[in-house]
Write a protein that binds this ligand. Sequence first.
Ligand SMILES: Nc1ncnc2c1ncn2[C@@H]1O[C@H](COP(=O)(O)OP(=O)(O)O)[C@@H](O)[C@H]1O
Ligand SMILES: [Mg+2]
Length: 437
Amino acid sequence: YLRHYIEAGEPRIIGIGRELLAKRRAGSEFSAELAVGRVQGTEPPRFVGFIRDITVRRNAEEALRRSEAQLTVAQEIANLGNYVVHFDGKFEDYWSPHLYRVLGRRYGEPYISVYDYLEPMVHPADRARWLQVRGELDRGARSMDIEYRVIHPDGALRYVHHIAHTTRGPDGRTLRQVGTLHDITDRRRAEDEARQMQDRIAHFGRISTMGEMAAGIAHEVNQPLTAIATYAQACQRLIGSKDVSTEEVATALEHIGAQALRAGEVIRRLRTFVKNREVRREQIEANRLLEDVLTLAQTDAAHNGVRIVLEPSPLSPQVQADAVQIQQVILNLVRNSIDAMLDAPEARREIVLRTHVDAEGDVEFMVADRGTGVDTGTMAELFNPFFTTKPGGTGLGLSISRSIVRAHGGKLWCSANPGGGARFFFTLPAVPSSAGS
Ligand SMILES: Nc1ncnc2c1ncn2[C@@H]1O[C@H](COP(=O)(O)OP(=O)(O)O)[C@@H](O)[C@H]1O
Ligand SMILES: [Mg+2]
């Protein structure tokens, strides 16, 4: 620069803001900005110069560059992209580099507004829901939080979790929306697989529970069949006698019909219970679940000389649950209690089924018996798959029950019954009070 000045005589030697690496007298280096110029009309020439230490600014720029790079890497790892849409026209909209990947576009393709780009990609089955949530965000909601499917330009189906927030000016006009799109396809696939596996195990569990209850069930179906046979014999006798009373025959036939319906009803209930089916959560009264189990378990219990006592909560709490799966859990526990009391004296053979609203407002179910009880050593092992102390046991009842309860957001545990025997508890989260109590 100096040589250029001397040869060409240009008044400005070094333009404004040249960045140089400078050295302090003590030897340490620093980033500097240098500007030197000739003062006009001076002869011999005079110069004026500025030197500014820009270490702080350089460090900030460097930190910004680094944090942007780190953010990009983090977004790649998380498979998450973000965007900003400005509505006041002061700034350009923003797509983070990884957002292009999440939405199946190539980085650097011409600009298109995020929502315009997204809308046609949303899976047709999810579009109405998406449009509704989007509409709410535009009409005044502060934020949206929704999971849906998108179809990429290449036809790939992905699940995304989309969160967006709106910032509004004092007059209520939308200034900008910032949002993130998280590709959760892998997680969703894993969840789907886990759910299917859980369904298969639960189904298997129901079949094996029915196997354990076979004696009771056979008894339950056998009773109406015996009654039918008896009435049929009576009819034959009546028809054979000289003075046939059509009235008596009609009554006997009526009984036959009723008993056949009763047997059919038992089989229908069993089929509903055992059928491989979709998991369906619905709001249901906790006490209803106990009563329904009673109809399935009572014959089995009576067959083994066991009484079942119901202690339903007077608060009639509601739960959000798959009724068949929860019945399966209670039946498993009742089955185990019956097994545990086979050698108990008649007077002690009693199972208490109780519902109760706990301190957190969750619904606690209890199945208590006066059987052999569980010693503290085995308490921890009970819930392991295949742990059994029964000659024909599968050891799966409790582990399946625990996974069902956990899938419902509750927990299942065991403790000793103060009067001897065991008590099993499980909880189901309370349904928010606006819907029930
Ligand atoms: N109510 C109970 N009283 C005493 N022991 C129990 C009770 N319920 C379960 N157990 C113990 O836990 C084990 C595992 O139960 P479970 O998982 O239902 O499998 P299974 O009934 O096929 O043995 C039982 O074998 C038994 O030793
Ligand atoms: Mg069992």
